[in-house]
Design a protein around this ligand. Structure first.
Ligand SMILES: *[C@@H]1O[C@H](CO)[C@@H](O)[C@H](O)[C@H]1NC(C)=O
Ligand SMILES: *[C@@H]1O[C@H](CO)[C@@H](O)[C@H](O)[C@H]1NC(C)=O
Ligand SMILES: *[C@@H]1O[C@H](CO)[C@@H](O)[C@H](O)[C@H]1NC(C)=O
Ligand SMILES: *[C@@H]1O[C@H](CO)[C@@H](O)[C@H](O)[C@H]1NC(C)=O
Ligand SMILES: *[C@@H]1O[C@H](CO)[C@@H](O)[C@H](O)[C@H]1NC(C)=O
Ligand SMILES: *[C@@H]1O[C@H](CO)[C@@H](O)[C@H](O)[C@H]1NC(C)=O
Ligand SMILES: *[C@@H]1O[C@H](CO)[C@@H](O)[C@H](O)[C@H]1NC(C)=O
Ligand SMILES: *[C@@H]1O[C@H](CO)[C@@H](O)[C@H](O)[C@H]1NC(C)=O
Ligand SMILES: *[C@@H]1O[C@H](CO)[C@@H](O)[C@H](O)[C@H]1NC(C)=O
Ligand SMILES: *[C@@H]1O[C@H](CO)[C@@H](O)[C@H](O)[C@H]1NC(C)=O
Ligand SMILES: *[C@@H]1O[C@H](CO)[C@@H](O)[C@H](O)[C@H]1NC(C)=O
Ligand SMILES: *[C@@H]1O[C@H](CO)[C@@H](O)[C@H](O)[C@H]1NC(C)=O
Length: 755
């Protein structure tokens, strides 16, 4: 399939009955909006869907139209060519947004008085640009869609018939210096196409057209740059211009301001209280549009890497709402406005999916601490999890890893000399839980997990050492005390090693703690025991009525019938990885496996891990939007539960307004067609194919029975046992794969038939 046909199919997957979806489909009353007009805030797509496709390209604009609210406004940064043709491009200089640099016509000009080097639009006629195509200018975004779309005139964007067009004129003075009149261009253009908004950071430009545009058709918006930047025509700083909103109202009906004018952040990226700028502007009769919203650029820690939370703080904070938001990811903004605003605490759950925490709310607090669990409960997790580890003195407690270095500051403590190399547990050295007593472990400082540190994405530094660790009994008491939880999940790993080499009978210790906590009877709270070792689950099956959860600890592409039958003998449900559902290659989904339907048809509910807010944890197909990801796993793959270190995201997803709308489901709450993006990538830019994931076989599942403990003999040194505790399992690859299980067409067909 050609890229453009593939793109059309991809759009079709979102299009649905889009035309039937009326404005603000999901929410009845709009009167709750604290905008100037009382209408919902506008979605303004900056350069189209520029978070994924090259800014200003046909693909970006078309994709924004199909995945956003119906009244989305397309934003074009207008630049003029040498012959006065208006094109859309994010900057005067074209080298970062197109492949023009190959022409090697760099020049240096004064821009607002600053010597600036680049390939300027004013040095090329439109026909010079005929072979120039848009490219991705943001290095952290995929460059796989470069070259698909030639430079567009403003009229080409208008021809897409958006419900609104917004032209931004960033540098009128520069074009004037080059004897090009932006004013004449804009006035001539607005006789041909409907221009709904014109913005500029230059006062003189807006004043020069104010009398010539029909305010009932075209609104003028004054754009604020940084507070200390000088406005070129008045030579005042933007912060001083902000002090006279009455003056701005004389030539504009609105202002466009960077988000920091509304919610300032301190030097460490923490939000300060909001300013009064929105309320002041509304009082002056000015609409307020906010800019600088990106899913994939770190924003304030207060939002926990969740762009929906950020949007909500601008549109649904109880005090005010901005009148529109300029976004590179209009799908996320559309969802925030239409699906997630005005949810209220009591919004009912509309999706049947279990939200299971991963080490508590470990995206917000150090994993497995009291704080992480309390946050998970208040965020609406259905199930909280305790990965059980054993202390030297035989106390079972909760911690994400058997190696204390992963989640405490033990390496900087006086116990740092206890480090050991135990090949069965982990390569390299560690300081293991069974080398310290419970009271020593309680004295350690918890440490926040930072799984995406290599991308410079750190979790809330203020809470990085907060909380205290809990014994399994403390954990069970905390869970029992909560009225909102439906269950707890206790996971047990490395049981054979602990029993045989450390004489620490972890399974018995768990049973004992459960019995003391009064969990061994039929209880309102579901008690889930999870392990990747079938023998551990067998042990619990003998004893009591627990829900047994088998964790498949590798990425798989299928499971043999006999294997599934086997699993049924010792487990009630299964945990698999995200890639075992939707495999990917270079973070582009390649399709969908049959693993979920096959396990489910055998009567095994499927839980999937691990869902995180950080965009780098998500495939490109999900648009750096954790809600799109969860929605696709729930609605397209029909998983029964999600395991997440940010339970708030999944639990709020379940309550959003846009679920269960059937044929009226808006595109921003439609699951993505897995593999759809991969189909658009031109052949020469495709990532190299990778080996497929393995199939889960009976060998993988079979384990030798757990050894039994004769007596508790404190071990002299933790590193002394080198023999394998359990029969070694077959070597497995942990690789991401590129398997096309279904053709893309079949997937699209599936999407259609679901709706
Ligand atoms: C292009 O990218 C370079 C390197 O990041 C940057 O220095 C330059 O300012 C960018 N130019 C434009 C027009 O954005
Ligand atoms: C830009 O890329 C396109 C498509 O790859 C190519 O046809 C064109 O020649 C390139 N333009 C320049 C100026 O090299
Ligand atoms: C603009 O026009 C003026 C007068 O016609 C001329 O002197 C000047 O060189 C022109 N500037 C440019 C950049 O073409
Ligand atoms: C704008 O609309 C108002 C009210 O509908 C009307 O009175 C006014 O004449 C219109 N202005 C222009 C310039 O068309
Ligand atoms: C603008 O104002 C600043 C400080 O008020 C002054 O230094 C600068 O020379 C002025 N620039 C122009 C072009 O008037
Ligand atoms: C604010 O602007 C208005 C309108 O231009 C003007 O009349 C007024 O004097 C200005 N106020 C201040 C404090 O500069
Ligand atoms: C942001 O988080 C910091 C640290 O927790 C807190 O002190 C501050 O009050 C928060 N800001 C807002 C506006 O909630
Ligand atoms: C939410 O539900 C609780 C209990 O069901 C009730 O007491 C409370 O009044 C409700 N709150 C709102 C805002 O409806
Ligand atoms: C580790 O250091 C402590 C003192 O800080 C000492 O008491 C202990 O014996 C040492 N342990 C080992 C295994 O060296
Ligand atoms: C149980 O909850 C109550 C009230 O919410 C609290 O006072 C008490 O400390 C909690 N107990 C435990 C063990 O968390
Ligand atoms: C111990 O558990 C970790 C994961 O929890 C696993 O990677 C490792 O293979 C286990 N070791 C043994 C001996 O079971
Ligand atoms: C499990 O529950 C069933 C009824 O739900 C009960 O009859 C049976 O005795 C229980 N088994 C154990 C080991 O508690």
């Amino acid at each position: 399939m050609s890229s453009s046909r593939a793109f059309t199919s991809l759009l079709a997957a979102f299009l649905l009955l889009h035309s039937l979806v009326t404005l603000v489909s999901a929410q009845g009353s709009t009167s709750r909006w604290q905008t100037l007009s009382g209408n919902p805030p506008l979605v303004v797509a900056r350069g189209g869907f520029s978070g994924l496709f090259p800014d200003s390209s046909y693909y970006a604009y078309q994709f924004a139209l199909e995945t956003s609210v119906p009244d989305v406004i397309l934003w074009c940064d207008v630049q003029l060519t040498k012959d006065g043709v208006g094109i859309c491009a994010p900057d005067l200089r074209l080298e970062n947004s197109t492949n023009i640099s190959i022409l090697n016509k760099y020049k240096t000009y004064l821009v607002n008085g600053v010597p600036t080097r680049g390939c300027f639009s004013v040095d090329f006629t439109f026909s010079d640009l005929s072979s120039v195509v848009y490219t991705q200018g943001v290095y952290s975004r995929p460059n796989k869609f470069d070259g698909l779309s030639p430079i567009q005139q403003v009229e080409n964007v208008a021809a897409l018939k958006p419900s609104g067009m917004w032209l931004n004129v960033q540098h009128d003075a520069f074009f004037t210096q080059h004897n090009l009149s932006m004013r004449s261009y804009i006035l001539a253009l607005s006789r041909k196409v409907v221009v709904n908004y014109i913005s500029s950071p230059e006062v003189v430009f807006l004043r020069s057209i104010a009398a010539r545009v029909n305010p009932n058709v075209t609104k003028l918006v004054f754009r604020f740059l940084g507070p200390n930047d000088f406005e070129p025509s008045t030579n005042q700083t933007y912060s001083s211009l902000l002090k006279n909103l009455t003056f701005i109202k004389t030539f504009a009906s609105g202002i466009l301001i960077p988000k920091g004018y509304i919610w300032p952040v301190d030097a460490s990226l923490y939000l300060q209280p909001h300013t009064s700028v929105v309320l002041d502007a509304h009082k002056a009769g000015l609409e307020v549009f906010a800019s600088e919203f990106y899913n994939d650029v770190p924003f304030s820690f207060n939002y926990s890497y969740d762009p929906v939370s950020e949007y909500l703080s601008f549109i649904d904070n109880g005090d005010f709402s901005v009148d529109g938001v300029l976004s590179d990811f209009p799908i996320t903004l559309s969802g925030a406005i239409d699906c997630f605003s005005h949810l209220g605490k009591n919004a009912s759950e509309k999706a049947k999916v279990l939200v299971i925490s991963k080490n508590g709310a470990s995206g917000d607090y150090p994993g497995c601490t009291d704080k992480a669990y309390q946050k998970a409960i208040s965020d609406g997790a259905d199930v909280i999890d305790c990965p059980v580890q054993m202390s030297k003195d035989g106390i079972p407690f909760c911690l994400g890893s058997i190696n204390l270095i992963d989640s405490t500051t033990v390496a900087q403590s006086k116990y740092s000399n206890l480090s050991a190399i135990i090949p069965e547990l982990k390569t390299g050295s560690g300081i293991f839980t069974f080398s310290l007593t419970w009271s020593q472990i309680q004295s350690l400082t918890p440490a926040m997990a930072n799984p995406y540190a290599k991308y410079e994405l750190f979790r809330n530094p203020k809470f990085r050492n907060d909380g205290k660790f809990l014994s399994l009994s403390d954990f069970l008491a905390l869970a029992k005390n909560s009225s909102s939880l439906s269950g707890v999940l206790i996971s047990i790993e490395n049981a054979s090693y602990l029993i045989e080499k450390q004489q620490l009978p972890v399974t018995d210790a768990v049973l004992d703690a459960l019995s003391k906590a009064g969990y061994d009877k039929q209880n309102a709270m579901e008690l889930m025991i999870q392990s990747s070792n079938s023998s551990v689950l067998m042990k619990f099956k003998e004893k009591n009525n627990y829900t047994l959860v088998y964790k498949v600890d590798e990425n798989i592409r299928d499971a043999l019938d006999a294997t599934i039958k086997d699993i049924k003998t010792f487990a009630d449900s299964v945990v698999i990885s995200k890639s075992s559902v939707f495999p990917d290659n270079a973070l582009f989904l390649t399709g969908v496996t049959d693993v979920v339907p096959r396990l489910k048809s055998a009567g095994l509910p499927v839980y999937v891990e691990t869902f995180s807010n950080e965009f780098v944890s998500q495939a490109w197909d999900f648009f750096s939007d954790a809600n799109v990801e969860v929605n696709t796993y729930v609605m397209e793959a029909n998983v029964n539960g999600v395991i997440t270190d940010f339970p708030l995201t999944a639990s709020r997803y379940k309550r959003n307004h846009c679920l269960n709308l059937g044929k009226n489901t808006p595109p921003y709450m439609t699951p993505v067609p897995p593999g759809g993006l991969m189909e658009i990538i031109p052949r020469e830019l495709l990532p190299p194919a990778e080996a497929p994931n393995p199939v889960l076989t009976e060998n993988d599942v079979a384990e030798s029975p757990l050894p039994s403990v004769i007596a508790r003999v404190p071990s002299s040194s933790p590193g002394d046992g080198t023999a394998q505790a359990a029969a070694p399992r077959p070597n497995r690859q942990h690789k991401i794969a590129a398997c096309f299980f279904l053709t893309n067409l079949a997937i699209l067909f599936t999407v259609f038939s679901l709706l």
